[in-house]
Unconditional design. Structure first.
Length: 403
């Protein structure tokens, strides 16, 4: 169950916080890391540690590609007040070989300690999203350490040929026993381990209810979609191997008069090549964070067609909350993780039921359901998430005291 946000003393106030993200702060499309940082900065000092890309991507950057070129790393302050550390590049194969992972952590830890000293941070809270940071945390004098688990790394990274599952598990376990608090965005994550009692708190992702507010969107005309036949069946997000591409194609073929619109990033999923052969599937590419709500507004219904894999079964992605905030009908492949949202979803146990649920969603006429979905989204606003994190940290501290 999700952590209760009952009355607890506020912990995340007037703190120095180092958030180890693994993603650039100004990426076109934000994840929970950027949203959390921008909430935390309102009452704390925040050092946001960006991705330490590989030397391969550094070379691509030197050749004019879009990767940041920071051979020795750099420290800067954003207009938001967030301090940003871009680390130097890391060595490849960090998730294959223990010694490479240790060396990368040593370099990253040294740069973080140097930044902490320059910024005069005092015993910061270390809030890491990276599974391979136990040694980084060990080398920093801190007042608390948090592991925020957002993906099933032992399954996901090997799927992308980015590591050995057993080595990833060893690194993640080292982190689990090092930190005092663990957040998971799905209750299916970290199921590989016997987890310490009192440490783990299931807190789903959130949504920027101001950005994803259909009442406040400008009247932007999307020329890419203005002439598409309706209904528009939409998908927003990454097309990773956890997405059932065949189910998207089956949906398109089941509704030949409709338009299936996809916005997002192709995560090197070879299955996406099949989409090109479907006349009513329109892949519009990745859109910036500010553009996404305008596209979702044009969707008549929204898809979450997850593959029936261990990764797919554990997903509770940002797109769920963004769809809800826009009030859109959502059709999703059923999983244990989504059960708590059954009252605001069209869940399907198999592909045949998925198509039937799409049909029901398209024909939806009850306007009260739009309001119900938007109200549900507000429960998961980012300020509400910060309150949940604050409560969880306090509970972890209380648990340590009791034990």
């Amino acid at each position: 169950m999700e952590t209760d946000v009952a009355s607890h003393p506020k912990f995340l106030v007037n703190r120095d916080i180092v958030l180890i993200s693994g993603q650039m702060l100004n990426d076109r499309y934000w994840t929970s890391k950027q949203y959390i940082s921008h909430e935390l900065i309102k009452q704390n000092r925040v050092l946001y540690v960006e991705a330490n890309y590989s030397f391969g991507k550094l070379i691509q950057g030197l050749m004019g590609k879009s990767w940041p070129v920071t051979i020795f790393g750099k420290l800067k302050k954003e207009a938001s007040g967030i301090d940003v550390l871009t680390p130097p590049p890391r060595l490849p194969w960090r998730n294959h070989f223990k010694w490479i992972g240790r060396l990368n952590q040593a370099i990253l830890g040294w740069k973080i300690r140097k930044a902490i000293g320059e910024l005069n941070y005092e015993k910061p809270i270390i809030w890491t999203f990276l599974h391979q940071t136990a040694k980084v945390i060990e080398g920093i004098s801190h007042s608390g350490a948090i592991y925020h688990c957002v993906d099933d790394w032992p399954e996901l990274l090997p799927m992308a040929k980015m590591g050995n599952s057993e080595q990833i598990k060893r690194d993640e376990w080292a982190l689990i026993i090092r930190v005092g608090t663990i957040f998971t965005v799905s209750d299916k994550l970290l199921s590989h381990y016997q987890l310490p009692v009192g440490k783990v708190h299931f807190i789903p992702n959130g949504v920027d209810t101001t950005l994803f507010n259909p009442d406040d969107l400008p009247g932007t005309v999307l020329t890419e979609m203005s002439n598409l036949p309706r209904p528009i069946i939409g998908f927003s997000g990454s097309l990773g191997r956890w997405i059932d591409i065949d189910l998207i194609i089956q949906t398109a073929r089941s509704f030949p008069a409709a338009s299936v619109v996809i916005i997002g990033l192709n995560e090197k999923n070879p299955e996406t090549q099949k989409l090109a052969g479907e006349k009513n599937i329109h892949f519009l590419g990745m859109k910036s964070r500010s553009e996404v709500p305008n596209y979702i507004r044009e969707f008549d219904v929204c898809l979450m067609p997850f593959a029936r894999t261990s990764v797919g079964q554990g997903l509770l992605p940002l797109k769920l909350f963004e769809y809800l905030s826009m009030g859109k009908p959502i059709i999703a492949t059923n999983s244990g993780s989504l059960e708590i949202f059954r009252d605001v979803l069209y869940l399907a146990d198999d592909s045949s039921m998925f198509i039937q649920q799409v049909k029901l969603a398209i024909s939806e006429v009850d306007t009260s359901l739009v309001r119900k979905r938007r109200e549900k989204a507000h429960e998961y606003s980012w300020p509400a998430r910060i309150q949940a994190y604050d409560s969880a940290i306090s509970q972890s501290i209380d648990s340590i005291k009791i034990n």
